[in-house]
Design a protein around this ligand. Structure first.
Ligand code: HEC
Ligand code: HEC
Ligand code: HEC
Ligand code: HEC
Ligand code: HEC
Length: 502
């Protein structure tokens, strides 16, 4: 008999011990599990504990961070510097004027030709405005702070509690005056980049929008769609709010004269040519072009406007779905406040909806961006040639009357190229719409080149009549048999048709 096996009698206490220990272990595990489930349920029910009181005047995000440390920690990470093929951030933001030299020609005579850099994270928005040559070398209004700082307390202070009055007052200040505003105790009023209260009600933490120009802009847009007296904080759905909080700033804007009030030009709609038609109606131009003398428009970051034309907006996908995806922390779903390029975290930003490999998704995005970039290059070449041609026509002594249609084409071509180029997704937010706008830009620029050559070849005063041979095989209208009326084409189609110059 082998001595290596204990006798049955000796085995009994060992088995007993194992059973006791095993039962204890299982009990502990089950208890731990129950405790964990309970606390997670508690966490999920009361997602935060209010350790400090936050109010409308709490601008420092660190104070909010005491109550909501997870969101605050991710907000602070917007100082990151990680690049993607076309986007992301750098420690020293790239000078776009050097990467795309044609920009200096395009913006001749305007502050943007001094300094225009790659955007980076929200943490830098105020300091980057402090340091741009556009502010250092040109005088800018207080209106600039609307989208670059936690500015609401300054508005309330300047308006004695009336936000809209204060907003107008601050817009009308010089940039330095506004930037250095202090309250009754001498405390700085404009001191932080975007803060929690800019998107959240301090009592309920519900999403809200605060920026006056957005409140006015969205009301004008809804009115153009037949919805009067729209109050976004009362009438928008939660999913809409998840885009509107971003559209407070990531939009095309202009400073309405006099008073430099920040205004979003959405009175006729959000599409490039609808915004252009509004500017035409009010006779607006941002500056006079330094080479052609044309009355120009400057497009700036129309992320909201282009996103609105894309398939994701159609499908109800908000800015926050891609740029602030949920992360699971314990039982809680936390919105990532590290707002940045979604390509730096495809798993959280895209794969929640797209059951596609990461590499494949990246390639789809890069294909869209490369194609857009290719069209931008062609549009830029056409634009540069147009500007040179118009300059040559001016030098050849073209009259004001001859120049007017050329300058109009310049305005139209450049508005479109700038609209897509200044949008920061490089085509991704609305690929086909971006391509359509660039195609129109190229068309207008080429029309201008042809017209300028005609003007140069035929100095002012020479008769333009030519003998035209009537086209063969075309039945004159009065001789045509009656049929279905081929009336004016539907408005949507004519809008896209090339306009005759002038
Ligand atoms: C379907 C996902 C998706 C939605 C929805 C979306 N974006 Fe984007 N966004 C992207 C992608 C992808 C890029 C390209 C990033 C890159 O090139 O690194 C981008 C780029 C950007 C950039 C430039 C980022 C950078 O790193 O340079 C900004 C700013 C931006 N989006 C703002 C918005 C705003 C504002 C909205 C809503 C109006 C919005 N996005 C909606 C996916 C999305
Ligand atoms: C409607 C909101 C809004 C207003 C008003 C506004 N900005 Fe911005 N600004 C943005 C957004 C959004 C970005 C990031 C996207 C980009 O860079 O295109 C930005 C980026 C910038 C940058 C960094 C990139 C660059 O262009 O070099 C600077 C500097 C800047 N703005 C200066 C100004 C100045 C100066 C004014 C006033 C003339 C101004 N901003 C007014 C929204 C605004
Ligand atoms: C108060 C105005 C404001 C609001 C609100 C705002 N942004 Fe921005 N955003 C900016 C400015 C200004 C910059 C550029 C900062 C810089 O370059 O210094 C910027 C930069 C960005 C960038 C570029 C980051 C990078 O790494 O290149 C992205 C992406 C972005 N914002 C997306 C969003 C989204 C999504 C929302 C809504 C959840 C939003 N922003 C809300 C003003 C704003
Ligand atoms: C540019 C707008 C913006 C800013 C600034 C912002 N948030 Fe948010 N926050 C959001 C959005 C969008 C959500 C998602 C809300 C939803 O879907 O209902 C969110 C959600 C939250 C939630 C709910 C839980 C969650 O994670 O979804 C908390 C808490 C929160 N934010 C705290 C903060 C704090 C603290 C700050 C300042 C450090 C801050 N937020 C700054 C846009 C913002
Ligand atoms: C909340 C869900 C959701 C998220 C998040 C999302 N998408 Fe989509 N995406 C959709 C839907 C829905 C469509 C439209 C599909 C359809 O109707 O056929 C779509 C369409 C697309 C298309 C086709 C575009 C076109 O013009 O036809 C691409 C490419 C794409 N998504 C890429 C991305 C990338 C990259 C991200 C992350 C940055 C992303 N999506 C995030 C839901 C989402």
């Amino acid at each position: 008999m082998s001595t290596s096996q204990p006798s049955p009698a000796a085995r009994r206490p060992i088995a007993f011990t194992i059973i006791v220990l095993g039962t204890a272990a299982v009990t502990v595990v089950v208890l731990l599990l129950l405790v964990s489930i309970f606390t997670r349920k508690q966490e999920a029910r009361a997602p935060f504990q209010r350790l400090v009181e936050v109010t409308e005047d709490t601008v420092d995000p660190a104070v909010w961070g005491v109550n909501w440390p997870r969101q605050y920690d991710s907000y602070r990470r917007t100082v990151d510097s990680e690049r993607t093929r076309y986007g992301g951030s750098d420690a020293v933001p790239v000078q776009k004027l050097d990467v795309y030299p044609w920009l200096r020609t395009m913006w001749a005579g305007y502050a943007f030709s001094l300094d225009y850099r790659e955007a980076r994270g929200h943490a830098y928005m105020l300091s980057d405005q402090d340091h741009t040559e556009r502010v250092l070398q040109r005088s800018q209004p207080g209106a600039c702070l609307h989208c670059h700082s936690a500015v609401m307390p300054a508005y309330r202070f300047a308006g004695n509690g009336d936000v809209m009055a204060g907003f107008r007052a601050v817009c009308n200040m010089t940039w330095n005056e506004a930037r250095n505003m202090v309250d009754a105790h001498g405390e700085a009023l404009v001191n932080h980049p975007v803060t929690c209260g800019d998107c959240h009600d301090p009592q309920s933490m519900a999403l809200r929008v605060t920026r006056p120009a957005f409140l006015n802009g969205i009301r004008a847009l809804k009115a153009s769609e037949g919805l009067t007296d729209y109050d976004v904080n009362r009438d928008a759905t939660r999913q809409e709010m998840r885009s509107y909080v971003c559209a407070q700033c990531h939009v095309e804007y202009y400073f309405a004269k006099p008073g430099n009030e920040v205004t979003y030009p959405w009175h006729n709609g959000l599409r490039a040519e609808q915004i252009e038609s509004y500017f035409d109606e009010i006779g607006f131009h941002d500056w006079t072009h330094g080479i052609t003398g044309a009355p120009m428009l400057k497009a700036q970051h129309p992320e909201f406007e282009l996103w609105a034309q894309g398939i994701h907006a159609r499908a109800g996908v908000s800015c926050s779905d891609c740029h602030m995806p949920y992360r699971r922390v314990g039982a809680m779903k936390v919105s990532d406040h590290h707002v940045r390029s979604p390509l730096l975290d495809v798993a959280a930003s895209c794969q929640t909806c797209h059951n596609v490999r990461e590499q494949e998704l990246l390639e789809r995005v890069h294909t869209i961006q490369d194609r857009t970039q290719g069209l931008v290059r062609r549009a830029a070449a056409a634009l540069t040639e147009m500007i040179e041609s118009i300059a040559a026509a001016r030098e050849a002594g073209a009259s004001e009357q001859q120049l007017a249609p050329l300058q109009r084409l310049h305005r139209q071509a450049q508005w479109r190229l700038d609209f897509v180029f200044s949008e920061n997704s490089h085509g991704f937010h609305a690929p086909q719409e971006s391509a359509r706008i660039l195609a129109e830009s190229i068309d207008y620029a080429r029309q201008a080149v042809a017209l300028a050559q005609e003007v140069i070849a035929r100095p002012a005063g020479t008769p333009r009549d030519i003998d035209r041979i009537p086209l063969e095989g075309v039945t004159p209208t009065e001789m045509a048999p009656p049929g279905p009326a081929i009336g004016p084409v539907a408005a949507a189609d004519t809008e896209d048709a090339p306009r005759s110059p002038g």
